[in-house]
Design a protein around this ligand. Structure first.
Ligand SMILES: *Cc1c(COP(=O)(O)O)cnc(C)c1O
Length: 389
């Protein structure tokens, strides 16, 4: 911690905890103290720590070849792309490394798509309270002033509207609209799902004005909500033109992706986009293995997610400091009547890692392998902590 304080850019407000190893749903600090991990690296460690099937392919592939660049083919990028096309119902995949990078690629698709129709068609609609990343493009569509204010001016042509406000959505669209970007369940913003009515109207307007609808599933997607993607929860499913995701895709190895339909994919021609690391054989092989395990785990995600939601609602009845419980599957949030920072610290002292987003929302993103027993443990620790809060 001392060395970091001297040599690392002071952009993070870290907890005073050095994590040394992990096993399943638990992590251990350097003194050997055990913590139940209900944040999983902010939704990244989808299969927890040291999952045997992930370890096996990692070891095997690291000994064969790790990186080849996109100058050449590798054995795993194509099969993973095929799998993602089947899972999304879209057509073509681009691989990158992070959620932000995936959003940047989607923004380039939006701009190129609009420009091909009319040079004035570059407006992007985004939602207030959203989070899409911290590079200049991703920041320009992130609807939270605290992240943006020090870096303006950003990319022009972005309009923010309140989530689930259908009238504002209708008013925001015009012939210059090239795209709209949304999280089906806002994550950093405090676990706020979009309504079916709102997404349906966005789809209808995007079609009417020939704009691209982008679902940012970086946090809410790839199994976490109990479906492959959060947009697939509604019936009938409203298909976006572009889906982006990253966090859990390779269980801790950086891997992000864009999946696009034909209309969106046509906006990118050879030479217009690329990346050095994206889609390497190690990351893609781990991603493929993860998606196989995911199919086996999906019933458990739904069952344990439902159990967790019920437990938190029960918890709410006993603790007046809890205002609301929100979310789906293993993406849950507890809105408090006050700040959550101290509760996170107290939970940590009691062996539970969670996080607080938007000041008042306790956020739970446990690994997909979590069981009812571990949920009981987490809720018990929370009870102990809130008992004195
Ligand atoms: C985390 C997140 C991002 C940014 O992803 P990085 O991998 O940190 O670049 C973008 N969108 C959403 C919805 C996220 O939750």
């Amino acid at each position: 911690m001392d060395i970091e304080r001297e040599y690392v850019l002071q952009n993070y407000a870290r907890y005073p905890l050095v994590l040394a190893r992990g096993k399943g749903c638990y992590v251990y600090d350097t003194s050997g103290k055990r913590y139940l991990d209900f944040i999983s690296g902010i939704g990244v460690n989808a299969l927890g720590h040291g999952h045997p099937r992930i370890m096996k392919v990692l070891r095997e592939q690291a000994g064969r070849i790790i990186h080849t660049s996109n100058l050449y083919y590798n054995e795993y990028q194509g099969p993973l792309a095929k799998r993602l096309v089947e899972m999304t119902g879209l057509k073509r995949t681009f691989f990158c490394n992070t959620g932000t990078e995936a959003i940047e690629g989607a923004l380039k698709m939006i701009h190129s798509h609009g420009r091909a129709i009319n040079p004035e068609k570059f407006e992007v609609i985004s939602l207030e309270n959203s989070f899409h990343g911290r590079t200049m493009g991703a920041l320009s569509i992130t609807g939270q002033p605290k992240y943006r204010q020090d870096f303006e001016p950003l990319v022009p042509g972005v309009k923010f509207i309140p989530p689930n406000d259908v009238a504002a959505l209708e008013a925001a669209f015009n012939d210059r609209t090239a795209g709209i970007v949304m999280e089906m369940i806002q994550g950093e913003g405090g676990i706020h799902p979009l309504t079916h009515e709102f997404v349906m109207k966005a789809r209808e307007l995007a079609d009417r004005y020939n704009a691209l609808l982008v679902a940012d599933e970086t946090q809410c997607g790839v199994g976490r909500p109990g479906t492959y993607f959060a947009y697939q929860r509604s019936s009938p499913v409203i298909l976006p033109d572009i889906v982006v995701a990253a966090k859990p895709v390779a269980c801790g190895i950086p891997l992000g992706f864009i999946v696009a339909n034909d209309r969106a994919a046509a906006a990118i021609k050879p030479g217009m986009h690329g990346t050095t690391f994206g889609g390497g054989p190690l990351a893609c092989r781990v991603g493929l293995e993860f998606l196989q395990v995911l199919d086996e785990l999906m019933p458990a995600i739904q069952r344990v997610g439902g159990y967790f939601h019920l437990s938190l609602n029960e918890f709410k009845r006993k603790h007046p400091i809890v205002k609301e419980v929100r979310g789906f599957g293993l993406m849950l949030g507890v809105e408090l009547n006050g700040p959550g920072k101290q509760i996170v610290l107290d939970a940590m002292a009691n062996g539970l890692l969670i996080n607080c987003t938007h000041d008042t929302v306790l956020r739970f993103l446990p690994p997909y392998i979590v069981t009812e027993k571990e949920v009981d443990q987490a809720v018990k620790i929370l009870g102990k902590v809130l008992g004195k809060a």
